[in-house]
Write a protein that binds this ligand. Structure first.
Ligand code: FAD
Ligand code: NAD
Ligand code: FES
Length: 277
């Protein structure tokens, strides 16, 4: 169970794993995530289910090694098993034939975007993808996204590929072109989702974002993923992770994501589980 059958490095610190899990492969829907543990004393972390193959009973995740658990996960190799995996969790993204859609992925958020983009295309939408990263080498899934999009716009912060600037600059230009846009889906750094939502609110374009608060149990019990949406308390794990971008209190999310920075750094530096492995 959860045996890694393929490990690929997509860019510096970003990995794609394909692992065996028949139940998850057949039950998951676009927009859902899983929660995994790498060792029995470890924390549980949420990762989006990027793709699955029902026939083979396999599931794909893409993750950025940013802290303790994602670094331990990146130490695993083909043939190793992920200790435990719970899911699918969260609500599937509501997908309709909206018309002309813009799907935006910033950095590793592009991995979260991929299943949504695929589902939007399958539902008959015209899909313009905007994907961005710090530089050319940090871009991920370019060929896969090009293959399923009607148009693809690439941005890099330093201009080493595509247009120089942020994904939100490309969105601003698209809006300026005065082409009709019926729906925007944005996922990436919180500040990027906030900028995208601020922009589309001015033009009254329906916008969904995928929130990434700290999660522990993923079942609505612990309260760690509390967000404020339209002035109301919501738990991203059971009410989300997708929400109307115009209703999200992004400042609270930014503040809550910083809550454990000190302890995350301490845990990263301790390295004790690495020795136990
Ligand atoms: P830590 O040392 O714990 O923290 C490093 C950074 O990650 C900090 O900035 C911290 O604020 C943030 N973080 C820590 N714990 C969590 C947590 N439980 N949830 C969210 N953020 C956290 N990342 C990917 O690379 N690929 C994905 O597909 C992906 N999908 C996600 C889907 C959801 C629904 C959510 C909520 C998060 C997703 N993330 C994804 C973020 C991923 O969960 C965190 O990067 C991971 O938990 C970091 O754990 P760590 O121990 O390695 O780092
Ligand atoms: P990054 O900092 O390299 O940014 C990626 C892209 O986002 C940039 O190239 C740019 O186009 C855009 N961006 C960044 N700052 C912006 C700003 N101020 N205004 C407008 N656009 C901006 O990202 P990274 O290092 O790949 O990190 C990925 C981020 O995605 C992390 O913050 C992580 O927490 C978040 N994330 C979110 C989810 C989710 O479910 N929402 C899942 C995984 C990761
Ligand atoms: Fe515990 Fe959402 S992760 S309530």
């Amino acid at each position: 169970m959860n045996k890694i059958i393929s490990k690929r490095k997509l860019s510096e610190g970003i990995y794609r794993y394909t692992f065996e899990n028949k139940e998850l492969a057949s039950a998951r829907k676009p927009g859902q995530f899983l929660i995994l543990r790498v060792h029995d004393k470890g924390e549980r972390i949420p990762l989006t289910i990027v793709d699955s193959n029902k026939k083979l009973g396999t599931v794909d995740i893409i993750f950025q090694a940013v802290g303790k658990t994602t670094n331990l996960l990146s130490d695993l190799n083909e043939g190793d098993c992920i200790l435990d995996v719970a899911g699918p969790l969260g609500n599937p993204t509501p997908i309709e034939n909206f018309g002309r859609c813009v799907a935006i992925g910033g950095g590793v958020g592009t991995a979260v975007l991929f299943p949504i983009l695929k589902a939007l295309k399958d539902a008959g939408n015209y899909v313009i993808a905007i994907i961005g990263a710090r530089n050319k080498d940090a871009l991920i899934l370019v060929d896969e996204i090009r293959a399923i999009s009607d148009e693809l716009i690439i941005t890099t912060d330093d201009g080493s590929a595509g247009t120089k600037g942020f994904v939100t600059d490309a969105l601003n230009q698209l809006i300026g072109r005065n082409d009709k846009i019926d729906y925007v889906y944005a996922v990436g750094p919180v500040i990027m989702m906030k900028s995208a939502a601020d922009l589309t609110e001015k033009h009254n374009i329906k916008t969904e974002v995928s929130l990434n608060p700290i999660m522990v149990d993923g079942t609505g019990m612990c309260g760690s993923c509390r967000c404020i949406i339209d002035g109301k308390e919501r738990f991203a794990c059971i009410h989300g992770p997708d929400f109307n971008g115009h209703k999200v209190d992004f400042n609270l999310l930014i503040q809550r994501l910083k809550m454990f920075e000190g302890r995350e750094q301490e845990s990263m530096n301790c390295g004790c589980e690495k020795k136990e492995k």
